[in-house]
Ligand binder design. Structure first.
Ligand SMILES: Cc1cc2nc3c(=O)[nH]c(=O)nc-3n(C[C@H](O)[C@H](O)[C@H](O)COP(=O)(O)OP(=O)(O)OC[C@H]3O[C@@H](n4cnc5c(N)ncnc54)[C@H](O)[C@@H]3O)c2cc1C
Length: 451
C-alpha cells in the first residue's frame, strides 16, 4: 500500500525505519497501550496532507493525526496498521496582522512560538497549556486546550477565528476567517475545535491575539489545612476579583516541585494558592486577593508587581506536571466541577488516595474549577496500572457527583471513552456519531478516540 503513496510524496515524508517510528507510537498517556503503525508520515504542506488523506481513504488505512504527542488521554497513540500523520514539519507562520490582532499559522507551530512571534507588537496569544513550550497549535485546537490564563481569557476555542482542515476524503475545508464576528452558516470552526483528530486534520488556523496587559501582579498564599484553603478560594470567587490566573498546588505537588528544584517552598503547607492579575489595577486586585487569603487563615500571603519576581513565584506551578512526572510514572487526571465545589472535590480526592493507597498530587486551575489529580504509580506493572485505573474511575465518579465533567481540557482520547456515557446522554452520543459518520463514513480518522 505504501508503494503507491511513496510515488506521490517526497521520500522524507514517508518513514518506516522502526527506530524512528518507535518514538511516535505513544503520546503522554502511560495507561494507553500503543499499537504498531504501518508508517510515520511527515507532510510539509497542506497539499501533501490532502494526498495522504485521499490515499488513506482509497485504501481504508487508519490515520492518527499527531502534534507533539504531549496529549494525556491517548488520542495520538498509534493503532495497529495505522499511519501516524505528524504535523511537526508544518511550522510556517503564514500571516501576521497586528492591527487586526490576528495570526495565521500552520498546525505544527509550537504554542510558545506564536507568543514569541507577536510579542514585539505588544500582543499575546492567551491559551497557555502547561506544555506550551512543546505542544502544537494543531494539538491545542484538536483538544481545545486550556491553561492558566483561561480563567480570564478563555480556552483555545475562544482564540480561534478560522481553520483550514483536510477532510477524510482529502478535500480541503476552510472555515471562518479573520473577522471577529462571522455568522455565515453553521460554525464549523468550533465543530473541529476539540474534535481530537476524528473529523479531519487541521492544517492551519487563524488565531485571535490580545493586547499585552499594561501591568501584571502576582500573588501567593499558603495554607496549613486544605479546608481553610478551600474557603479562601470560595471567598476569592465571591469577592468579584477577576484574576488572569488562579491556581492551586497541594502538599504532594509542592514536595514534588521542591524535590525537582529547590525553591524554598513550605514542604508542610497543605495548599498553595497562586496566580496573577493584570491590567491597570493589577496591583490593587492582587492586594485584595491577599487580604481575602489572610482573612481566611493563610499562614503566609504576599503580592508583587515586579514581573521577574512574579515569574519566580509562578515557576513552581509551571514545573508541577514535569516535576511529578520525573518522580515516578504519573497519570495526569483531568476533571472539572463548578468552581465553588472545588473544596468538596479536593476532599474526595484525598479520600480516594487514602482508600486506594495511591499517592495523588493535585494541581489545578482553581479559577475554572478544573484540577489535575496526578496519580503517582510505583511502577508500570499491570497491578499498578489497574490501581491507577481504579483511582481514576473514582475521581471521574466524584466529579460527576458534584455536577462536573470527566475532562476539563485534556479530552476523552482513548483513556476516558468508557466514561463518556456516564456524562453524555444517548441523544447527545447519537448526534455526535452522526456528525462523525457524515464527515468520515469509512471511520479511518482516529477510530476509537474521542466521542
Ligand atoms: C506537563 C504537561 C502539562 C500539560 N498541561 C496542560 C494544560 O495546562 N492544559 C491543557 O489543556 N493540556 C495540558 N497538557 C496536555 C497536552 O499538552 C494538550 O492536550 C495539548 O493540546 C496537546 O498538543 P500536542 O501538540 O502535543 O498534541 P498531540 O498529543 O500530538 O495530540 C492530541 C490530540 O490531538 C489530535 N491532533 C493533533 N494534531 C492535530 C491536527 N493538526 N489536526 C487534527 N487532530 C490533531 C491527536 O490525534 C490527538 O487526538 C499538558 C501535558 C503535559 C505533558
Amino acid at each position: 500500500m505504501l508503494t503507491e503513496l511513496r510515488k506521490q510524496l517526497p521520500a522524507e515524508a514517508v518513514v518506516t525505519d522502526s527506530d524512528v517510528v518507535e518514538g511516535y507510537r505513544r503520546d503522554s498517556a502511560d495507561l494507553v497501550a500503543a499499537g504498531t503503525p504501518l508508517a510515520l508520515l511527515r507532510p510539509s504542506n497542506t497539499t501533501e496532507v490532502q494526498t495522504i488523506m485521499a490515499w488513506a481513504s482509497a485504501t481504508g488505512t487508519i490515520v492518527v493525526p499527531r502534534g507533539a504527542g504531549t496529549g494525556l488521554s491517548g488520542g495520538a497513540t498509534a493503532i495497529d496498521g495505522c499511519v501516524i500523520v505528524s504535523m511537526e514539519r508544518m511550522t510556517i507562520i503564514r500571516n501576521f496582522d497586528p492591527t487586526n490582532g490576528t495570526v495565521t499559522v500552520e498546525a505544527g507551530v509550537i504554542n510558545a512560538d506564536v507568543g514569541r512571534a507577536v510579542a514585539d507588537r505588544g500582543l499575546f496569544y492567551p491559551p497557555d497549556p502547561g506544555s506550551f513550550e512543546v505542544s502544537t497549535i494543531g494539538g491545542n485546537l484538536a483538544t481545545n486546550a486550556g491553561g492558566m490564563r483561561c480563567v480570564k481569557y478563555g480556552v483555545t476555542r475562544n482564540s480561534v477565528l478560522g481553520l483550514e482542515v483536510v477532510l477524510a476524503d482529502g478535500r480541503l475545508l476552510r472555515t471562518g476567517g479573520k473577522t471577529i464576528k462571522n455568522v455565515a452558516g453553521l460554525d464549523l470552526t468550533q465543530l473541529f475545535v476539540g474534535s481530537e483528530g476524528v473529523l479531519g486534520i487541521i492544517t492551519a488556523a487563524t488565531l485571535r491575539l490580545r493586547p499585552t496587559p499594561v501591568a501584571t501582579a502576582t500573588f501567593v498564599a499558603s495554607f496549613a489545612d486544605l479546608e481553610a484553603g478551600g474557603e479562601a478560594l470560595n471567598a476569592i470567587f465571591a469577592s468579584g476579583a477577576t484574576p488572569s490566573m488562579l491556581e492551586i498546588m497541594d502538599n504532594a505537588t509542592i514536595n514534588a516541585v521542591e524535590n525537582h528544584q529547590r525553591m524554598d517552598l513550605d514542604r508542610n503547607a497543605a495548599l498553595l494558592i497562586l496566580g496573577q492579575t493584570d491590567g491597570s489595577d493589577a496591583e490593587r486586585q492582587a492586594d485584595e486577593i491577599v487580604d481575602v487569603c489572610e482573612k481566611h487563615g493563610a499562614e503566609l500571603a504576599m503580592a508583587t508587581s515586579d514581573p521577574q519576581e512574579g515569574e519566580m513565584l509562578m515557576r513552581p506551578r509551571r514545573l508541577a506536571g514535569w516535576a511529578t512526572m520525573e518522580q515516578s510514572p504519573t497519570v495526569i487526571e483531568d476533571v472539572g466541577v463548578p468552581r465553588t465545589r472545588l473544596p468538596e472535590l479536593l476532599g474526595k480526592i484525598a479520600k480516594i488516595s487514602a482508600d486506594t493507597g495511591l499517592s495523588i498530587a493535585t494541581v489545578g486551575h482553581a479559577g475554572d474549577g478544573n484540577v489535575h489529580p496526578m496519580l503517582q504509580l510505583p511502577d508500570l506493572s499491570d497491578a499498578s496500572r489497574a490501581r491507577a485505573m481504579e483511582a481514576a474511575d473514582q475521581i471521574c465518579a466524584a466529579a460527576l457527583e458534584l455536577d462536573g465533567t470527566i475532562t476539563g481540557e485534556h479530552g476523552i482520547g482513548e483513556l476516558k471513552r468508557h466514561w463518556l456515557p456516564n456524562q453524555l446522554d444517548e441523544v447527545s452520543l447519537d448526534v455526535q456519531a452522526s456528525v462523525k459518520r457524515s464527515l468520515d463514513p469509512s471511520g479511518i480518522l482516529n477510530p476509537g478516540r474521542g466521542f
